[in-house]
Design a binder for this molecule. Structure first.
Ligand code: PAP
Length: 345
């Protein structure tokens, strides 16, 4: 049986067989381009070609532990923010908030503290797979892979998943600027036609880890069925009611704030340490680089809700809003903290 077919990947596999099957699969998968990233349509989503082998290695080899905490998200929905919050909440007692803000965050970007399965942990089909069994518990990981494509080992464990989502208009704008920064020379100005073309691609699901709606609905459905295992957070909610959200996040991952901590305003401190302003100003995030492809500053642009109003034409916004009124609404999903704009006139 094909280890990479749409059915479940297996844990014990023959390496040579896996490589041969990957070659075959690689040739047969539909391909597309998102800016300068080649994509492949795999298990219902558009995965980056450079990470496909890593994704399959992750699906094949990862062994979840019940104590694992996994941050899942579509790109540009709040991953960096949630990484900093999860790291701080989990380590506030063993490391102290002072050390986290004055040492850890001064030298490491949140992506270095919470590694991604498909971009930093799994690297192709090697003889030796990363040994993650010795990492301190609870282990903290991240992924952009849709729920349905997570390894069975995660699905059948009691590990907890934190999913963060963001309204599609701001997510598109954030994605647009992130990708433009690698795609175009700084002196070049993108045309409106180019932006329209990318809005259309986005709405068709043709972007990194798209489609938007199936990604969100996959985790949302799991959250409805298993609220103790999957927490769903909205970027807009975190902005509007940070204290309630950080408290909820800490409860969910099993590190609640004590009464004493509440009285000492520890939640407020966590929010401040992980705020956009604070992280953006760190030298490591202004001038550092944590992987060969990006400077850390690309993860900190504006950090606001509603920026789309300054960027998108009414037609582009209308197309993106239709994402909300289409499959998401049909499935019964509505954002709690985001009201789609009325663009009917
Ligand atoms: P990733 O998927 O590539 O890791 P991700 O962190 O999900 O990206 O998204 C980046 C967005 O989060 C940026 O939004 P913008 O383009 O609209 O500005 C970035 O500015 C924002 N962001 C990063 N850190 C924070 C933070 N601490 N608080 C709020 N927003 C943040």
């Amino acid at each position: 049986m094909n280890a990479m077919s749409n059915s479940k990947p297996k844990n014990a596999v023959d390496l040579e067989q896996l490589k041969a099957e990957f070659k075959e699969l690689d040739i047969s998968l539909p391909k597309a381009l998102w800016f300068n990233h080649p994509l492949q349509h795999y298990q219902g989503f558009w995965g980056p070609s450079i990470a496909l082998e890593n994704i399959i290695a992750f699906q094949t080899h990862f062994e979840a532990q019940d104590s694992d905490i996994i941050l899942a998200s579509l790109p540009k929905t709040g991953t960096t923010w949630l990484k900093s919050l999860l790291y701080t909440i989990l380590n506030r007692k063993s490391t102290s908030l002072h050390t986290i803000s004055q040492q850890v965050f001064q030298t490491k970007n949140p992506h270095e503290l919470v590694p991604s399965f498909e971009f930093s942990i799994y690297k192709k089909f090697n003889e030796t797979q990363p040994d993650l069994s010795d990492l301190p518990s609870p282990r903290l990981f991240s992924t952009h892979i849709p729920f349905l494509s997570l390894p069975d080992s995660i699905k059948s464990s009691k590990s907890r998943i934190v999913y963060v989502c963001r309204n599609p208009l701001d997510t598109f704008v954030s994605t647009w600027y992130f990708n433009l920064s690698f795609y175009m020379n700084k002196d070049m100005k993108p045309s409106m036609e180019m932006m329209e073309e990318y809005v259309d691609k986005y709405c068709m699901g043709l972007f990194l880890f798209g489609p938007y709606e199936s990604h969100l609905l996959g985790y949302w459905k799991e959250h409805l069925q298993n609220p103790d295992r999957v927490l769903l957070l909205e970027y807009e909610g975190l902005k509007k009611e940070p204290k309630a959200h950080v408290r909820k996040l800490a409860d969910f991952i099993g590190c609640p704030f004590s009464e004493e901590e509440e009285n000492e305003n520890v939640i407020e401190d966590v929010i401040k340490i992980c705020s956009f302003q604070s992280l953006k100003e760190m030298d490591v995030n202004k001038n550092g680089k944590s992987n060969p492809f990006f400077d850390n500053n690309v993860f900190f642009r504006k950090g606001k809700v509603g920026e789309w109003k300054n960027e998108l034409s009414p037609l582009m916004a209308k197309k993106l809003v239709q994402l909300l009124h289409g499959k998401l609404k049909e499935a019964g999903f509505a954002f709690t903290y985001y009201q789609p704009p009325d663009l009917s006139h």
